[in-house]
Design a protein around this ligand. Sequence first.
Ligand code: F6R
Length: 609
Amino acid sequence: MCGIVAYIGKKEALPILIDGLKRLEYRGYDSAGVSVFSGGKIITEKAVGKVVELENKINGRDIPGKIGIAHTRWATHGKPSEKNAHPHCDCGKNIFLVHNGIIENYKELKADLEKIGHKFSSDTDTEVLAHLIEEYKKQVPIKEAVWRTLAHVEGTYGLAIIDRNEPEKIFVARNGSPLVLGVIDDGYIIASDIAPIVRYTNQVIYLEDGEMAEVTPCGFQVTNLKRKKVEKEISKIDWTLEEAEKKGYDHFMLKEIMEQPEAVENAMRGRLVVKEGMAKLGGLRDVADSLRDLERLVIVSCGTSFYAGLVAKYMFEEYAGIRTDVEFASEFRYRKPILNQKTAVLAITQSGETADTLAAIREAKNKGAMTLGIVNVVGSTIARETDAGVYNHAGPEIGVASTKAFTSQLSILALFTLFLGRQRDMSFVMGKRIAEELAKVPELMKKIFKDSQKIKKIAKKYSGSSDFLYLGRKYNYPIAMEGALKIKEIAYVHAEGYPFGEMKHGPIALIDENFPSVAIATRDSVYEKTLSGIQEIKARGGKVIAVATAGDKSIEKLVDDVIYIPKTLEMLTPLLSVVPLQLFAYYFAAGKGLDVDKPRNLAKSVTVE
Ligand code: F6R
């Protein structure tokens, strides 16, 4: 939610900031803005909408300067408008800052500041920070003024601040919103995540909550809330710029769908030991003994990652015999979760920064439970705060709608099933069978891509539909939900994902000739039941698109359209059945000319609760 980028060094700041904003745009695109130190002044430009609107506004104008801050916004407080766009400043127009997060007590602070004469120019929560710093600066130097301000605010922030009276410095601070400092040859680039940084360096420093860095062109110093100096380690990032670019695809989403065989391969590399029917998960080595005694797993996650968790419930219970509960992270933390020493809480998250998931993990830690993570972004907060975990290694996922991270999560969950299962009752024969089938998944996925054009045609055929019902049973019930989520979020079409067996308890009333259904009808243990459900829809004049197992010719007589996927083990079917649904949603939305990579109202990593 919101992306911030700042630069200080020997290069021209503006092009670096604009490029950085474009790479962070998936975090929000309601407005964009930039402030550059230029000839003793701070020049600020803002525009509503995407970064390109800001570029159009600047229109090639030279704003020379080697220090600057910039922001791309996902609106929380105050509608998307120029006045609410960051950077925000104080009354004296000296202090300019960009903020990712939410200041929860901004109303009280604003009222107090207004009483003593401060004039606000936006409806945002962020602006109070600039005025508070201005107020404290009357008594103490800027750095201390920032500390005192931060001590006063409740909420979350990733912040970058410049002061007209300190033209050689940027202050950055973090609490609950990520902030990474990239060390480059002739300066520093600071951003909400590594996307704007990778083209310049692979050397980064992750700021922790409660830390502030004072950055100059020649160095930086990190201090903590106690004003004590903190020594920071430089970490190396392994994503390349090429991985983050579109590689000739029209959209990141399509590129990422097509990258799934590789993402699954990368998730398994060095971990799947087919000969032994085992999975070796280095990140879980230290907790392996505790996992052996585990009686219950609670999975906390959101959105697509939540659906990966639902698939895992079927896997863990069927093959590892571990009771598994899957909870929306946003609900978990406000309930009274019952946890004990034999329960582990597992976060599944692509970004590793989702505020609800992070809060759930912190709550679980408070209660003394072991916390685990399946996280894609290396060095992200959840990756660092969990006791142990497994990285996806799926590479950067830029499209706002999650695709390759999902199948990568499913692969790791299958590995985790093997790991836990083989610690318990799972036989070598069964372990080997799962491992062999899992190893084949990347090649099977590629076979589905051969039908891309067919899926595109089907998407076109249904392009007039404004509602869909997605149905699946057992392992494919979460996939029905995921299919519905994909088309909802990128095509703005109403879709409901349902367990097929539940259809007759209500949703069937929706069915008519204008309300098509997408039925996942693979040849598995619930195939016959699924066919009965399809008959019930057809009997009411509903159209059905089926996702079926290759070779199932008989289903063609029953439904209107069929997309085939290769046969695999039932527990691994979701890794394949989701692919046509991703492509269907993609072609449906792209066919309407929608911006599938940046759907309206959404942002890639949801760092607000
Ligand atoms: C949907 C989507 C979201 C995310 C959710 C969790 O396509 O991308 O629903 O899955 O916001 O994000 P992470 O996995 O980063 O915690």
